[in-house]
Design a protein around this ligand. Structure first.
Ligand code: G3P
Length: 221
């Protein structure tokens, strides 16, 4: 499974990348707008702090077909490899996904609210499909709908990877990992909530205390 960070926070990216095997980073216009940096600073920062084998996903801002295609070419040209354009699955977006794939660009279909939207974007050739798990939960069971999508793609033999997005808690991530999700993109706070269990810290304090009491030191040698 690919673990992607959904953030423009460069410090959090560096820190989590040192702790875990991070496959890449996704952003969207709202994330960049709230980052306190300009779009150029975010893009340069991401390109600068991720290795060439890590993936970067940047979303189009324009909503017309020509604009999406222009921005898609710009985004995918930012690095020689592992650059993906995120395109929302509007009518114009679906057209752009088809056209971008015909041009050989890496494409993530985003702002997905139903398994059917995702499935048809996969038929258009999208490499990744980003269903908004938590937002989908306004309309039913987001986790169940994404689980269904995973099954639909497998049954129909489509190669698109589901990159579940819009997480609000680690249970949603856990359940989708159990269901066989190919990738998740989660904000740093959700990833942090999956590690650093208080019980782990307590266990380590006990080890140190017992060792120190027995041997009068806190080191192995
Ligand atoms: O990548 C899509 C995701 O960022 C949307 O998340 O938290 O705005 O629902 P959220």
């Amino acid at each position: 499974m690919e673990l992607i960070l959904d953030t423009a926070n460069l410090d959090a990216i560096r820190e989590l990348d040192s702790l875990l095997n991070v496959t890449g980073v996704t952003t969207n216009p709202s994330i960049i707008a709230k980052s306190g940096m300009s779009p150029e600073e975010v893009i340069d920062g991401l390109v600068g702090c991720l290795r060439p084998d890590q993936k970067i996903f940047i979303q189009t801002v324009r909503t017309d077909f020509e604009g999406m295609m222009e921005e898609a070419r710009y985004i995918c040209g930012l690095r020689p490899e592992n650059m993906y354009v995120k395109i929302p699955v509007t009518h114009n977006g679906l057209r752009a996904i088809k056209a971008a794939k015909e041009e050989g660009l890496g494409v993530l279909a985003t702002a997905i609210y139903s398994a059917d939207e995702a499935f048809l974007a996969a038929m258009n050739g999208a490499d990744y499909l980003a269903p908004y798990v938590n937002r989908m939960s306004n309309y039913g069971d987001g986790v169940a709908m994404v689980t269904e999508l995973i099954q639909m793609l497998a049954v129909q033999g489509l190669p698109a990877k589901v990159i579940a997005a819009s997480f609000k808690n680690s249970w949603q991530v856990h359940e989708l990992i159990r269901a066989g999700i190919q990738a998740v993109t989660a904000p740093p706070e959700v990833v942090y909530s999956m590690i650093g269990h208080p019980g782990t810290e307590i266990a380590v304090s006990e080890f140190t205390r017992d060792w120190d009491a027995a041997f009068g030191r806190k080191t192995l040698r």
